[in-house]
Design a protein around this ligand. Structure first.
Ligand SMILES: [Mg+2]
Length: 259
């Protein structure tokens, strides 16, 4: 399926999205200046499933460091940034959200994340390896990066577990900013520096599994591919109007994304 010419993306419910970005049949007019030069992947629910290791590590630190064993209760994790999640926890429990307390959280967090991940049932999402390979095999391969709400060390621990960390040339993380939209701007700035020019929005594709991923892609004018491999279903994602919406990454080709 990968490497096929442009075609409608289908899933069990039929054609998923209007092909706003897609090359029309017979059109050969897309020049290299319109090609996608940067593809940014979310991590959790988009590249990998960690068996809840991240949430369990949060819970472990809340319990061991802050003596609040039910600290994750009521907190919605999907699409949020690590720093923002910890801030919510602090605010819920009257803990001052200062640098010292964030350090108290994140130092043991990465230890527990690594530890719990090793004991968890984990798997890469469908189509990830093929998509990465196909992106690299394009005639003009884009840069491949991360756009994630994980802190950088957390992202590295998660992706090293799947031997995926080395696949990414750059990344932007919760260390860059607490808000996901601003992390997207950071990713774009970083890519601009590497490429030594200002990328236009249409040269960037953001791939993610939540409405917040779609929103942050829009914040930098990027095209967005939404995948229903995280918690959100196709029906959850549909109203947010990504450029492509698929069950999983195996349903879309690198060529379609980067034309
Ligand atoms: Mg995600």
């Amino acid at each position: 399926m990968l490497g096929a010419t442009s075609r409608a993306v289908k899933h069990s419910g039929g054609v998923v999205m209007p092909a706003t970005q897609r090359c029309q049949p017979g059109s050969e007019s897309i020049s290299s200046s319109d090609m996608v030069r940067l593809v940014l992947f979310d991590i959790d629910g988009t590249l990998v499933h960690t068996g809840g290791a991240g949430i369990k590590a949060f819970a472990r630190v809340f319990a061991t460091e802050f003596n609040l064993p039910n600290g994750v209760e009521g907190i919605k994790f999907a699409g949020r940034t690590d720093v923002n999640l910890v801030r919510e926890f602090f605010l819920r429990h009257d803990i001052t959200p200062n640098a010292e307390n964030f350090r108290r959280f994140f130092e043991p967090y990465v230890f527990w994340l690594d530890h719990i991940l090793a004991q968890s049932h984990t798997e890469a999402c469908p189509g990830v390896a093929q998509m990465l390979r196909a992106l690299r095999a394009l005639p003009q391969p884009p840069m491949i990066g991360l756009l994630t709400g994980n802190i950088q060390l957390g992202a590295e621990i998660k992706l090293r577990h799947f031997d995926l960390w080395r696949e990414f040339e750059l990344g932007a993380f919760a260390d860059d900013h607490e808000e996901r939209d601003q992390i997207a701007h950071a990713a774009r700035r970083r890519a601009n520096r590497v490429l030594k020019r200002e990328l236009r929005g249409e040269e960037i594709v953001v791939i993610g599994d939540t409405p917040l991923d779609i929103r942050c892609g829009r914040a930098i004018g990027a095209k967005v591919l939404a995948v229903a491999t995280g918690g959100a279903t196709l029906d959850d994602l549909r109203p947010h109007k990504a450029d492509w919406l698929v069950d999983n990454l195996a349903e879309v080709t690198a060529r379609e994304l980067c034309a």
